[in-house]
Design a protein around this ligand. Structure first.
Ligand code: ADP
Length: 568
């Protein structure tokens, strides 16, 4: 009747925010603008933290890493057209690394599609190669259900990126509060139930391991995502089988563990006769599981949540399922009839001996104080400063060519999910986004980035974001004046009318990266000696404030392309 007060109306912006909150989302990353600014504000008003970036690419990398670190999809919010295109970097990064993420982009008014509307793009088509699943919301009434679908799909099975397209007319549509409540309640039914483990050939796997002469466990970031560390610990302790982590598998079991085969990688891979691979793909990082790096007749036991992955690699035994649950089943099977290689087993002795040799050779190099800095001297100082932090261990973010390669060998991981690097695609430019995600996901941990200057440059403006949110992040830039450092061209490559231009690999020498963060009120250090570096680390690690340490590195130290030289 005309005397009743009209019921409160809820628009698409608010309903999306409510749907996200109800599904458990507490953090979003992104860049606001037409038509999604109100969506971000609504989300904040409900209790969702919105971390506003300068560029969707970095925000997308942050969302992908957040998904990995927390196990729940990282959310990226972008504007239409170009915002969505910049966000593709994050989507692709998530999917290639098997990390859950959802990108939500505004898009143009549905009635104006095809007329050249503001920032018009067929965004569903644009995201296609990079997502597991995408949904365009065509009516406000579909919002709660569609939000739930993309969130669920991103974590279901093999994690990856999903996309939600929200046309601006849907953002401005309204429903009454009671209709909204009804829709939200209904969307609660859309839960994904964890699948039962199928009939696994656990006994076959265990019997292979039991009869192996030189067994090896390979652990990847899929096992880290599965939070399989306790099950892995039990497995390794019960069997005495040495383990080899992939770069981001580092820390699931401490690098300092006596059964860590990290320092004897070539021997372990080249001579093992049975390898149980847990949450890692036999892709380029693991030499495809093929000779000459692996022996011709090695038998693989593959533990993976993805059926396609198991079918692709055709292992001797494929154990399809969540890494933690599968390992628990294996542990149970072994418990009744235990076996353990023991320290005197020839395989363990071979690995231990090789590890010791390689470690002491490296330590001799590391012990030197080389000035102007090579890569090793500052890396050793950083390693020791990180280790001195104890628990909870800092999260390490690492990218660059030499900086990442040498960092992987020198820096020590003692806790799971404390290393984020360029990952499966070797993506440079992830650094600042990863730092921000790590600081937001783990507020109790210090975040330390060890980056090449070129990696840093991709998203250096995000140091302002660090300062704005006062995140405890220390970014250490290995500054050698360019990609790979300086001008490394052969004389015959220097010709033509532009031969006097700087080399494509070189940046302004001696760039004052530390002053970038000072422009926003953060702390910057320029260091070139062991004493200067040590003091900058001591100060910044205890201050836990946004910091950039600009480390001057000899431009001719290291090699072009790091250990990937043969591909360049
Ligand atoms: P890495 O880079 O450490 O070698 P990859 O990214 O290549 O690791 O492989 C990770 C693998 O882990 C993927 O094949 C993915 O399907 C798988 N995976 C993801 N989540 C789980 C899980 N919960 N349990 C088991 N495997 C998983």
């Amino acid at each position: 009747s005309p005397n009743e007060t009209p019921e409160t109306q809820i628009d698409g912006n608010l309903l999306i925010a409510q749907s996200l909150f109800r599904a458990g989302v507490r953090v979003m990353f992104g860049v606001v603008g037409i038509p999604v600014t109100s969506l971000a504000n609504r989300a904040v008003s409900l209790g969702i933290r919105f971390i506003a970036f300068h560029n969707e690419q970095s925000a997308g990398y942050a969302a992908s890493a957040y998904g990995y670190l927390t196990g729940s999809p990282g959310i990226l919010l972008t504007v239409s057209g170009p915002g969505c295109v910049h966000g593709l970097a994050g989507l692709s990064n998530s999917t290639i690394n098997c990390w859950p993420m959802v990108m939500i982009s505004g898009s143009c008014d549905q009635k104006d599609i095809g007329k050249g509307d503001f920032q018009e793009l067929d965004q569903i088509q644009a995201v296609k190669p990079f997502v597991k699943h995408s949904v365009k919301v065509t009516d406000i009434k579909h919002v709660p259900q569609d939000v739930k679908t993309v969130l669920n799909q991103s974590v279901f099975g093999r994690p990856g990126a999903c996309y939600l397209d929200v046309p601006s007319d849907v953002l401005h549509q309204t429903v009454t509060e009671s209709v909204a409540d009804e829709l939200l309640t209904k969307s609660d039914e859309n839960e994904i139930l964890e699948g039962k483990l199928g009939n696994l050939e656990i006994d076959k796997a265990v019997s292979l391991l039991r009869n192996a002469k030189r067994p090896l466990t390979v652990i990847g970031k899929g096992a880290a995502f599965a939070r399989a560390e306790d099950s892995l610990k039990r497995f390794v302790e019960r069997t005495g089988i040495p383990f080899l982590p992939t770069p981001m598998g580092k820390g699931l079991l401490p690098d300092t563990h006596e059964l860590a085969a990290t320092a004897a990688r070539s021997l372990a891979i080249g001579q093992c006769d049975v390898a149980v691979v847990v949450g890692a793909r036999l892709n380029w990082l693991l030499h495809f599981g093929e000779p000459p790096k692996w022996s011709e007749d090695v038998k693989f036991i593959l533990v993976d949540v993805s059926k396609e992955e198991v079918e692709l690699r055709k292992p001797c035994v494929g154990l399809l399922g969540d890494a933690k649950r599968v390992l628990d089943r294996i542990n149970l099977e072994i418990k009744d009839d235990p076996f353990c290689l023991g320290r005197t087993h020839p395989w363990i002795q071979a690995i231990t001996k090789k590890s010791k040799e390689n470690v002491s050779r490296m330590e001799v190099q590391l012990a030197k104080d080389v000035v102007p800095f090579n890569f090793l001297t500052p890396m050793r100082i950083i390693r020791d400063a990180i280790l001195a932090q104890g628990t909870p261990a800092p999260i390490l973010v690492s990218e660059g060519a030499n900086t990442m390669d040498i960092g992987r060998a020198v820096l020590v991981q003692t806790e799971p999910r404390t290393r984020l690097d360029a990952g499966t695609w070797g993506t440079m430019g992830v650094g600042l986004g990863y730092c921000i995600a790590a600081a937001v996901a783990s507020p109790d941990r210090l975040v330390v980035a060890v980056e090449g200057d070129s990696g840093f440059g991709f998203s250096a403006m995000e140091v302002e974001t660090l300062v704005r949110y006062q995140l405890p992040v220390v970014v250490i830039v290995f500054n050698n004046g360019g990609v790979y450092g300086g001008d490394r061209r052969n004389p015959e490559e220097i010709a033509g009318p532009y031969k006097d231009d700087p080399a494509p690999t070189s940046f302004v020498p001696g760039a004052a990266y530390h002053t970038l963060i000072e422009a926003f009120g953060g702390k910057g250090y320029l260091v070139g000696t062991p004493e200067e570096l040590k003091s900058a680390l001591t100060e910044s690690f205890s201050a836990r404030k946004p910091t950039v340490i600009n480390v001057t590195i000899d431009p001719y130290a290291g090699s072009e392309s790091g250990r990937m030289q043969h591909k360049n």
